[in-house]
Design a protein around this ligand. Sequence first.
Ligand code: ADP
Ligand code: NI
Length: 215
Amino acid sequence: MENHEVLQAAEAYVKAKLEKDSSGHDWWHIYRVVQTTRRIAAEEGADGFVCELAALLHDVADDKLSADPAAAERELRQWLDASGAPASATEHVLEIISTMSFKGGARPPMRTLEGRVVQDADRLDAIGATGISRVFAYSGWKGRPIHDPSVIVREQMTEEEYRSGNDTAINHFYEKLLKLKERMNTPYARKLAEERHRFMEQFLEQFYDEWEGKR
Ligand code: ADP
Ligand code: NI
């Protein structure tokens, strides 16, 4: 099987999986991560096939998408084994995806350049104009407010306050999105992150001004 045929098959496999999903992890998130992955991989000199295959499959074994992530990972391995992808690529992609889906405690760092590239592309999709759109979509889905000036940032909340759902879309910028720029692995992704980061800062400035009727 040629590499491009494996990628086509992976795309069809992922689309079929995500059709059943309602958590907001839609195909278009995967699409954007693939586009950004290609761009970073080219700049950083990473293996394009491994990067793109991992980007396509990166969310299928995530616990947000499947009730049983271990079973989802076994299924993914079976799919890859049958896909005709070279065995070395299969092992590499599985390693990237399991590291990306790692939950709890200290997340292990990505061992390979290809892993760092795909992780960067996934994180870039959480910031910038796209990231802003996703925060509000996610918060709305959770029934949370856009903003509440009395809500303090999560670091200052007690566990009780946080679990009571006292969280807003705007607060998520401080909890996570504004920190992602510093977590980019590769120089090129950091460059892309800077522009997206500035865009979020401008957005917040304008938002607070409008909130107070200043603009
Ligand atoms: P990933 O695609 O990397 O798996 P997540 O599942 O963590 O990302 O989040 C999906 C999207 O929902 C992201 O854009 C993220 O910013 C947003 N999101 C996650 N948690 C919250 C939250 N508590 N409030 C608002 N948005 C959130
Ligand atoms: Ni993702």
